[in-house]
Write a protein that binds this ligand. Structure first.
Ligand code: PLP
Length: 287
Protein backbone atom coordinates (compact mmCIF):
# COMPACT_ATOMS: atom_id res chain seq x y z
CA UNK A 1 0.00 0.00 0.00
CA UNK A 2 1.36 3.37 -1.06
CA UNK A 3 0.40 6.54 0.78
CA UNK A 4 0.87 10.01 -0.65
CA UNK A 5 2.54 12.19 1.95
CA UNK A 6 3.60 15.70 0.98
CA UNK A 7 4.74 14.84 -2.52
CA UNK A 8 6.25 11.44 -1.68
CA UNK A 9 4.80 7.96 -2.02
CA UNK A 10 5.62 6.08 1.14
CA UNK A 11 4.64 2.83 2.85
CA UNK A 12 2.14 2.65 5.68
CA UNK A 13 5.01 2.30 8.16
CA UNK A 14 6.82 5.33 6.75
CA UNK A 15 3.71 7.50 6.62
CA UNK A 16 4.24 9.66 9.71
CA UNK A 17 3.48 13.30 10.44
CA UNK A 18 4.97 15.54 13.09
CA UNK A 19 3.63 15.60 16.66
CA UNK A 20 3.69 19.39 16.16
CA UNK A 21 1.24 19.13 13.29
CA UNK A 22 -1.77 21.26 14.19
CA UNK A 23 -4.03 18.62 12.69
CA UNK A 24 -2.82 16.36 15.52
CA UNK A 25 -2.61 19.04 18.21
CA UNK A 26 -5.88 20.83 17.47
CA UNK A 27 -7.81 19.06 14.73
CA UNK A 28 -6.82 22.00 12.56
CA UNK A 29 -7.37 20.76 9.05
CA UNK A 30 -9.91 19.40 6.60
CA UNK A 31 -10.59 16.14 4.81
CA UNK A 32 -12.58 14.31 2.19
CA UNK A 33 -13.73 10.72 1.88
CA UNK A 34 -14.06 9.71 -1.77
CA UNK A 35 -15.18 6.48 -3.43
CA UNK A 36 -13.52 4.68 -6.29
CA UNK A 37 -15.84 2.56 -8.41
CA UNK A 38 -14.30 0.44 -11.14
CA UNK A 39 -11.27 2.71 -11.32
CA UNK A 40 -13.31 5.94 -11.44
CA UNK A 41 -13.00 8.59 -8.77
CA UNK A 42 -16.68 9.19 -8.06
CA UNK A 43 -17.73 12.86 -8.04
CA UNK A 44 -14.09 13.93 -7.96
CA UNK A 45 -14.89 17.53 -8.86
CA UNK A 46 -17.53 17.86 -6.14
CA UNK A 47 -15.14 16.49 -3.51
CA UNK A 48 -12.27 18.72 -4.59
CA UNK A 49 -14.58 21.75 -4.74
CA UNK A 50 -15.72 21.04 -1.19
CA UNK A 51 -12.11 20.54 -0.07
CA UNK A 52 -10.89 23.81 -1.57
CA UNK A 53 -13.95 25.66 -0.23
CA UNK A 54 -13.35 24.27 3.28
CA UNK A 55 -9.69 25.33 2.98
CA UNK A 56 -10.60 28.84 1.90
CA UNK A 57 -13.10 29.19 4.72
CA UNK A 58 -10.52 28.30 7.39
CA UNK A 59 -7.70 30.20 5.59
CA UNK A 60 -5.69 27.08 4.95
CA UNK A 61 -3.48 27.27 1.93
CA UNK A 62 -3.37 23.91 0.17
CA UNK A 63 0.16 23.55 -1.25
CA UNK A 64 -1.15 21.87 -4.42
CA UNK A 65 -3.16 23.40 -7.22
CA UNK A 66 -6.49 21.81 -7.99
CA UNK A 67 -4.96 20.03 -10.98
CA UNK A 68 -1.95 18.83 -8.97
CA UNK A 69 -4.30 17.47 -6.31
CA UNK A 70 -6.32 15.65 -8.94
CA UNK A 71 -3.13 14.22 -10.43
CA UNK A 72 -1.95 13.11 -6.98
CA UNK A 73 -5.26 11.28 -6.42
CA UNK A 74 -4.99 9.51 -9.77
CA UNK A 75 -1.35 8.60 -9.22
CA UNK A 76 -2.00 7.26 -5.69
CA UNK A 77 -4.76 5.11 -7.11
CA UNK A 78 -2.56 3.89 -9.92
CA UNK A 79 0.23 2.91 -7.55
CA UNK A 80 -2.16 1.01 -5.32
CA UNK A 81 -3.74 -0.78 -8.27
CA UNK A 82 -7.16 -0.55 -6.68
CA UNK A 83 -10.30 -0.51 -8.85
CA UNK A 84 -12.79 -0.26 -6.02
CA UNK A 85 -12.24 1.35 -2.68
CA UNK A 86 -12.08 4.50 -0.66
CA UNK A 87 -9.77 7.50 -0.68
CA UNK A 88 -9.12 9.52 2.45
CA UNK A 89 -7.67 12.89 1.56
CA UNK A 90 -6.46 14.95 4.51
CA UNK A 91 -4.99 18.43 4.53
CA UNK A 92 -3.75 19.53 7.93
CA UNK A 93 -2.40 22.93 8.90
CA UNK A 94 1.03 21.33 9.13
CA UNK A 95 3.77 21.44 11.75
CA UNK A 96 3.97 24.53 13.94
CA UNK A 97 4.65 25.12 17.61
CA UNK A 98 2.48 24.42 20.62
CA UNK A 99 0.60 27.70 20.22
CA UNK A 100 -2.69 27.91 18.38
CA UNK A 101 -1.50 30.45 15.84
CA UNK A 102 -1.67 28.94 12.34
CA UNK A 103 0.87 31.56 11.18
CA UNK A 104 3.44 29.39 12.94
CA UNK A 105 2.68 26.54 10.57
CA UNK A 106 4.60 27.38 7.38
CA UNK A 107 3.23 24.58 5.21
CA UNK A 108 0.09 22.50 5.18
CA UNK A 109 0.50 18.75 5.02
CA UNK A 110 -1.33 16.64 2.43
CA UNK A 111 -2.02 12.94 2.90
CA UNK A 112 -3.83 10.58 0.53
CA UNK A 113 -4.68 7.09 1.73
CA UNK A 114 -6.37 4.55 -0.51
CA UNK A 115 -8.02 1.50 1.02
CA UNK A 116 -10.48 -1.31 0.48
CA UNK A 117 -13.86 -0.58 1.93
CA UNK A 118 -16.74 -2.67 3.19
CA UNK A 119 -18.50 -0.96 6.02
CA UNK A 120 -21.83 -2.73 5.78
CA UNK A 121 -22.66 -6.22 4.55
CA UNK A 122 -25.10 -6.62 1.65
CA UNK A 123 -27.45 -8.09 4.27
CA UNK A 124 -27.41 -4.82 6.25
CA UNK A 125 -28.72 -2.96 3.19
CA UNK A 126 -31.82 -5.19 3.37
CA UNK A 127 -32.31 -5.38 7.13
CA UNK A 128 -31.47 -1.73 7.83
CA UNK A 129 -29.70 -0.22 10.81
CA UNK A 130 -30.75 0.14 14.39
CA UNK A 131 -30.22 3.74 15.51
CA UNK A 132 -30.72 6.02 18.48
CA UNK A 133 -31.12 9.76 18.68
CA UNK A 134 -28.44 11.46 20.70
CA UNK A 135 -28.15 14.54 22.81
CA UNK A 136 -24.75 15.52 21.45
CA UNK A 137 -25.33 18.30 18.98
CA UNK A 138 -23.80 18.53 15.57
CA UNK A 139 -21.46 21.50 15.14
CA UNK A 140 -23.89 24.34 14.89
CA UNK A 141 -23.57 27.15 12.38
CA UNK A 142 -22.64 29.77 14.97
CA UNK A 143 -19.83 27.56 16.28
CA UNK A 144 -18.26 25.84 13.31
CA UNK A 145 -20.10 25.93 10.03
CA UNK A 146 -21.08 22.35 9.14
CA UNK A 147 -20.24 23.06 5.49
CA UNK A 148 -16.57 22.93 6.49
CA UNK A 149 -15.49 19.33 6.46
CA UNK A 150 -13.00 19.89 9.24
CA UNK A 151 -10.88 17.41 11.18
CA UNK A 152 -12.82 18.36 14.32
CA UNK A 153 -15.01 15.29 14.67
CA UNK A 154 -15.16 15.13 18.44
CA UNK A 155 -18.92 15.77 18.46
CA UNK A 156 -19.43 12.96 16.00
CA UNK A 157 -17.15 10.68 18.02
CA UNK A 158 -19.14 11.40 21.19
CA UNK A 159 -22.23 10.54 19.19
CA UNK A 160 -20.66 7.25 18.12
CA UNK A 161 -19.75 6.46 21.74
CA UNK A 162 -23.31 7.18 22.79
CA UNK A 163 -24.78 4.99 20.06
CA UNK A 164 -22.32 2.18 20.89
CA UNK A 165 -23.38 2.34 24.53
CA UNK A 166 -27.01 2.02 23.49
CA UNK A 167 -26.22 -1.03 21.36
CA UNK A 168 -27.15 0.77 18.15
CA UNK A 169 -25.06 0.90 15.02
CA UNK A 170 -25.74 4.50 14.15
CA UNK A 171 -27.02 7.69 15.68
CA UNK A 172 -29.30 10.49 14.61
CA UNK A 173 -28.21 13.95 15.62
CA UNK A 174 -30.44 16.89 16.40
CA UNK A 175 -29.67 20.57 16.53
CA UNK A 176 -30.34 22.72 19.57
CA UNK A 177 -33.87 23.49 18.36
CA UNK A 178 -34.67 19.79 18.24
CA UNK A 179 -34.61 19.50 14.45
CA UNK A 180 -33.05 16.40 12.98
CA UNK A 181 -29.78 17.17 11.21
CA UNK A 182 -27.84 14.05 10.18
CA UNK A 183 -26.17 10.83 11.33
CA UNK A 184 -22.65 10.68 12.81
CA UNK A 185 -21.16 10.54 9.34
CA UNK A 186 -24.13 10.44 6.97
CA UNK A 187 -27.05 12.59 5.85
CA UNK A 188 -30.60 11.55 6.67
CA UNK A 189 -33.78 11.23 4.62
CA UNK A 190 -37.31 10.17 5.53
CA UNK A 191 -40.10 8.96 3.25
CA UNK A 192 -43.73 9.67 4.15
CA UNK A 193 -46.70 9.03 1.90
CA UNK A 194 -44.43 8.75 -1.12
CA UNK A 195 -42.59 12.02 -0.47
CA UNK A 196 -38.83 11.92 0.11
CA UNK A 197 -37.69 14.55 2.61
CA UNK A 198 -34.26 15.64 3.83
CA UNK A 199 -33.47 18.50 6.22
CA UNK A 200 -31.88 21.65 4.82
CA UNK A 201 -28.16 21.70 5.62
CA UNK A 202 -28.37 25.09 7.34
CA UNK A 203 -29.95 23.27 10.29
CA UNK A 204 -26.51 21.76 10.94
CA UNK A 205 -25.58 19.09 8.43
CA UNK A 206 -22.73 18.61 6.02
CA UNK A 207 -23.68 19.22 2.40
CA UNK A 208 -23.15 15.59 1.54
CA UNK A 209 -22.19 14.66 -2.00
CA UNK A 210 -24.21 11.44 -1.79
CA UNK A 211 -27.16 13.51 -0.53
CA UNK A 212 -26.79 15.74 -3.57
CA UNK A 213 -26.62 12.70 -5.87
CA UNK A 214 -29.85 11.33 -4.35
CA UNK A 215 -31.59 14.68 -4.82
CA UNK A 216 -30.46 14.67 -8.46
CA UNK A 217 -31.85 11.16 -8.94
CA UNK A 218 -35.19 12.27 -7.44
CA UNK A 219 -35.31 15.24 -9.82
CA UNK A 220 -34.34 13.22 -12.88
CA UNK A 221 -36.75 10.37 -12.15
CA UNK A 222 -39.57 12.66 -11.07
CA UNK A 223 -39.78 11.29 -7.50
CA UNK A 224 -41.52 13.62 -5.08
CA UNK A 225 -38.83 15.29 -3.03
CA UNK A 226 -38.55 18.23 -0.69
CA UNK A 227 -36.03 19.79 1.64
CA UNK A 228 -37.81 20.53 4.87
CA UNK A 229 -36.99 20.65 8.58
CA UNK A 230 -38.41 17.76 10.60
CA UNK A 231 -38.33 16.47 14.14
CA UNK A 232 -37.83 13.06 15.76
CA UNK A 233 -41.59 12.56 15.75
CA UNK A 234 -41.58 12.71 11.95
CA UNK A 235 -38.76 10.16 11.91
CA UNK A 236 -40.63 7.78 14.24
CA UNK A 237 -43.77 7.86 12.09
CA UNK A 238 -42.01 7.83 8.70
CA UNK A 239 -42.71 4.99 6.27
CA UNK A 240 -38.99 4.75 5.56
CA UNK A 241 -35.79 6.33 6.90
CA UNK A 242 -32.41 6.07 5.24
CA UNK A 243 -28.90 7.49 5.54
CA UNK A 244 -26.60 8.56 2.72
CA UNK A 245 -22.83 8.92 2.65
CA UNK A 246 -19.74 8.16 0.60
CA UNK A 247 -18.95 5.01 2.55
CA UNK A 248 -22.52 3.89 3.37
CA UNK A 249 -24.06 4.83 -0.01
CA UNK A 250 -27.83 4.54 0.73
CA UNK A 251 -28.70 2.47 3.79
CA UNK A 252 -32.04 1.93 5.48
CA UNK A 253 -32.78 2.58 9.13
CA UNK A 254 -35.09 -0.03 10.65
CA UNK A 255 -35.33 1.28 14.18
CA UNK A 256 -34.99 4.64 15.91
CA UNK A 257 -35.09 4.87 19.74
CA UNK A 258 -36.96 1.56 19.94
CA UNK A 259 -39.60 2.63 17.38
CA UNK A 260 -39.79 0.29 14.40
CA UNK A 261 -39.73 2.19 11.11
CA UNK A 262 -42.25 1.02 8.52
CA UNK A 263 -42.04 -2.74 8.13
CA UNK A 264 -38.81 -2.96 10.12
CA UNK A 265 -36.54 -3.52 7.14
CA UNK A 266 -35.40 -1.58 4.06
CA UNK A 267 -38.46 -0.18 2.28
CA UNK A 268 -39.12 -0.01 -1.48
CA UNK A 269 -38.14 3.65 -1.96
CA UNK A 270 -34.81 3.18 -0.15
CA UNK A 271 -34.00 0.07 -2.16
CA UNK A 272 -34.96 1.75 -5.42
CA UNK A 273 -32.74 4.75 -4.63
CA UNK A 274 -29.85 2.45 -3.67
CA UNK A 275 -30.25 0.67 -7.00
CA UNK A 276 -30.40 3.95 -8.94
CA UNK A 277 -27.42 5.29 -7.03
CA UNK A 278 -25.36 2.18 -7.78
CA UNK A 279 -26.27 2.48 -11.42
CA UNK A 280 -24.73 5.96 -11.69
CA UNK A 281 -21.56 5.47 -9.66
CA UNK A 282 -19.49 4.38 -12.61
CA UNK A 283 -20.73 7.12 -14.91
CA UNK A 284 -20.08 10.17 -12.82
CA UNK A 285 -16.41 9.85 -12.10
CA UNK A 286 -12.91 10.79 -13.10
CA UNK A 287 -11.13 7.99 -14.91
N1 PLP B 1 -22.35 14.14 7.40
C1 PLP B 1 -21.15 14.00 7.98
C2 PLP B 1 -20.93 14.56 9.33
C3 PLP B 1 -20.11 13.33 7.31
O1 PLP B 1 -18.92 13.19 7.87
C4 PLP B 1 -20.37 12.78 6.03
C5 PLP B 1 -19.35 12.04 5.29
O2 PLP B 1 -18.33 12.47 4.99
C6 PLP B 1 -21.63 12.96 5.45
C7 PLP B 1 -22.60 13.64 6.17
C8 PLP B 1 -21.95 12.42 4.07
O3 PLP B 1 -21.31 13.19 3.10
P1 PLP B 1 -20.83 12.57 1.71
O4 PLP B 1 -22.05 12.04 1.05
O5 PLP B 1 -20.23 13.70 0.99
O6 PLP B 1 -19.87 11.49 2.04
Amino acid sequence: QWIYLDGQYVTKEEAKVSVYDHGFLYGDGIFEGIRIYNGNIFKCKQHLDRLYDSAKSIMLEIPLTYQEMQDALVETLRRNELRNGYIRLVVSRGAGNLGLDPNRCPKASVVIIVEQLAIYSEEAYKTGLKTVSVSTRRNIPDALNPKIKSLNYLNNILVKIQSNLSGAGEAIMLNSQGYVTEGSGDNIFIVKNGIIVTPPCYLGALEGITREAIIEICEKKGYKFKEQPFTLHDVYVADEVFLTGTAAEVIAVREVDGRVIGEGHAGPVTLKLLEEFRSIVEQDGLK
